[in-house]
Design a protein around this ligand. Structure first.
Ligand SMILES: Cc1cc2nc3c(=O)[nH]c(=O)nc-3n(C[C@H](O)[C@H](O)[C@H](O)COP(=O)(O)O)c2cc1C
Ligand code: SF4
Length: 665
């Protein structure tokens, strides 16, 4: 007994804080080492429908990071929704070899792998050749997100689809994956059959709930017969589609009860939202405005109704929250999709008592969902290595330790300093302000955006860990530079705001950053002239509207916030609409006079006049800060420029360039 206590006391590696979370668990025949899974997420790391090394390296990083289970991204099953540029294609035997390699490599690291099978039905945004492809669904009910009118599937096509799922499930089993998940959630094809709003059929697949669930039931029962009972079979469901005409939670619970009774599935995985309309879609990839862990109560509800384990995902980005969900019995396993894109080492850090070192996802959606929906490999604004594991590999120690001076403590400079120090250089970081963070400090000051400040907090932690010397309130001059005597200088001085060159008389023209900082006060009637169409315009509009100003937001694009990730934008525009902000697109600002602000419609050329304006708040193109160009004149020092100091862009490019420059010194 004494020996046992001794061993426990001297095992600092094992965290007792997350005891429940770190317990092994059984999902049907698959034993997982802990209660945390990596939910399916499209990565765009496959190639022409098959796995390639990029995708293996991506999943291996998560498996090595200690995750209990990986459920791979949606794979398509039938040519009516093939799109091999975007999805792995389980409708062909070509998929087997790569899946087999991926599964084996991850299992060798202790992580079993399941595959997920999917058909979008009418939710089609992709194309094979630029033309709009036909889409198929239970009925010809149009969808609100892609404005598609689907072809109602003839009955023999429904049976063909069922067989395609079964064949695809068989291929995953042949590839020796540990399990198969059927996606019946988020308003995609199977959910379109389940929902009476989208299923108007009068054959054996429509009408009663029994009939509407026949498509799913046949897929599940036949897949089980094909893969046998030594593979896990699960189903992903949505209880709350968060949209007007979504399937009701009550019906979905009935469906799950029936499946549970059938005894063919080993688990239910719960998610929220729907692909059918923008309000539902926001909840599939919940941005930071949506509360962490918001699906946990849905999972708890389902757990009351079924006997099989229930999994949940949705904005779980901290170990404490994950543990809480498990401890409160709301779910049996918790999913971390974006949390692991941001930090593949999440589980290892948590398990070894280094929870505070986790680079928490801030729910910005920019480089993960944003890249995916634009057909690029997923990554993370905070972690450029994510999605680039294969091409960038591990950081190599520097051949020779050098003295590196970084000027500028925004995300670019911070990341460059971290990476250079991790590689063995002696690094000093100088920031002219009293705080690190640069423009992140502005973004986090906006209503509901405090979580964005996590970007700075995470980088600050990385700086401490890497042993970078930080000098704030330091406006560096030649003498200061010589005092450190660097071999290499990284210039990451960011950008400054500026006002547009327009005529103005009797109307205040101020910049958005100064309003956000609280340096400038706006009058009652505000017009926002938004050239940038990013977070600043939407954010300052929300801030001022909440403070009681009458706000008109005129954007120089087809929609306000066009430059930011679409889901974040859609959600934010909804908030602005609720606050009564008037929004006008295609507006080019050209001046203000005697209480009126003047814009020009960017295509018609006609004038847009805003009357009774006290203040015009401008979100105009920032200007790169190049005041440190003098460093280049000093002999014997190499110099690199990164981030907004080169050209103003976003945190993503700042961190990426910081990472790259730190790697190259
Ligand atoms: C880039 C990306 C792609 C996704 N693709 C899929 C998918 O293929 N199948 C699926 O069921 N869910 C998909 N999801 C949803 C996730 O599985 C998960 O439910 C969602 O991201 C919420 O979890 P999180 O807050 O941990 O990210 C995707 C999510 C992301 C971020
Ligand atoms: S890009 Fe943003 S939302 Fe996506 S993983 Fe990184 S921090 Fe999270």
């Amino acid at each position: 007994m004494l020996i046992f206590h001794f061993i426990k006391l001297f095992q600092p590696q094992i965290s007792v804080m997350y005891e429940q979370l770190l317990q092994p668990f059984e999902l049907g025949p698959t034993r997982v080492r802990n209660r945390i899974f990596n939910p399916p997420h499209g990565t765009t790391l496959g190639h022409q429908g098959v796995v390639r090394e990029n995708l293996i390296a991506y999943h291996l990083a998560r498996a090595r990071g200690g995750i209990g289970l990986i459920i791979m991204e949606s794979m398509t099953v039938h040519p009516s929704y093939g799109f091999e540029d975007a999805f792995l294609y389980a409708g062909s035997d070509r998929v087997i070899e790569g899946l087999n390699r991926l599964g084996r490599r991850c299992r060798d690291e202790g992580t079993p792998v399941f595959g997920q099978l999917f058909h979008a039905g009418r939710a089609v945004r992709l194309s094979h050749d630029g033309s709009r492809p036909l889409s198929y669904s239970a009925s010809d009910v149009p969808d609100e997100r892609y404005r598609v009118v689907p072809v109602p599937m003839p009955q023999d096509m429904v049976w063909e689809l069922i067989e395609s799922y079964v064949d695809a499930a068989g291929r995953l089993a042949d590839a020796e994956l540990d399990g198969v998940e059927i996606l019946a959630s988020m308003g995609y094809l199977i959910a379109q059959f389940l929902n009476p709003e989208t299923n108007r059929r009068d054959d054996e697949f429509g009408g009663s709930l029994e009939n509407r669930m026949r498509f799913l039931r046949e897929i599940i029962n036949r897949s089980r017969a094909r893969i046998g009972f030594d593979k896990t079979l699960g189903v992903r469901v949505t209880l709350d589609e968060k949209t007007e005409k979504g399937l009701s939670a009550a019906e979905m619970i009935e469906v799950c009860r029936a499946l549970d009774k059938d005894g063919q599935v080993d688990y239910f995985s719960v998610i929220a939202g729907s692909s059918a309309a923008p309000d539902g879609w926001i909840h599939v990839f919940p941005p930071m405005a949506i509360a962490p862990g918001f699906v946990a109560d849905d999972a708890a509800q389902l757990k009351q109704a079924v006997s099989k384990p229930v999994l949940v995902a949705g904005r779980i980005n901290h170990p404490q929250l994950a543990e809480e969900v498990i401890n409160q019995g709301k779910a049996d396993m918790v999913g971390l999709a974006r949390a692991l894109i941001a930090d593949p080492e999440f589980v290892n850090k948590m398990a070894s008592g280094r929870g505070e070192d986790i680079r928490a996802c801030v729910g910005c959606n920019q480089a993960c969902v944003g890249h995916r929906l634009a057909h690029f490999p997923v990554s993370c604004i905070q972690n450029p290595l994510s999605g680039r594991e294969h091409s960038m590999g591990k950081l190599q120690a520097a051949a020779q330790s050098r003295k590196v001076l970084v000027i500028g403590g925004g995300p670019a400079g911070m990341k460059a300093a971290v990476v250079a120090a991790e590689r063995g250089h002696e690094v000093e970081l100088h920031e002219k302000d009293s705080r690190l963070g640069g423009q992140v400090n502005l973004a986090e000051a906006l209503p509901g955006r405090a979580e964005f400040g996590g970007v700075t907090a995470n980088l600050q932690r990385e700086l401490e860990q890497a042993g970078v010397a930080i000098r704030c309130n330091s406006l560096l001059d030649a003498a200061g530079l010589r005092a450190f005597d660097p071999d290499h200088v990284v210039i990451a001085t960011g950008a400054s705001t500026r006002l547009p060159e327009v005529d103005a008389d009797d109307v205040d023209i101020v910049d958005a950053w100064s309003v956000i900082r609280g340096d400038t006060r706006a009058g009652k009637n505000v017009v926002i002239a938004d050239w940038s169409c990013d977070w600043a315009g939407l954010g300052v509009a929300e801030k001022l509207a909440r403070d009681g100003h009458y706000v008109r937001l005129l954007s120089g694009a087809s929609v306000a916030g066009e430059s930011i990730q679409a889901i974040v934008r859609d959600q934010w525009i909804g908030v602005l609409h609720g606050l009564g902000v008037e929004m006008t697109p295609y507006a080019r600002f050209y001046g203000a006079l005697d209480g009126d602000a003047f814009f020009q419609h960017m295509t018609s050329g006609k004038e847009i006049v805003c009357e009774q304006v006290d203040t015009v708040v401008t979100c105009f193109a920032p200007q790169a800060n190049r005041e440190c160009a003098w460093v280049e004149q000093i002999e014997g020092i190499s110099v690199s420029w990164i981030g907004d100091a080169v050209s103003p862009r976003t945190v993503e490019e700042a961190v990426l360039e910081g990472f790259q420059s730190g790697r190259e010194i």
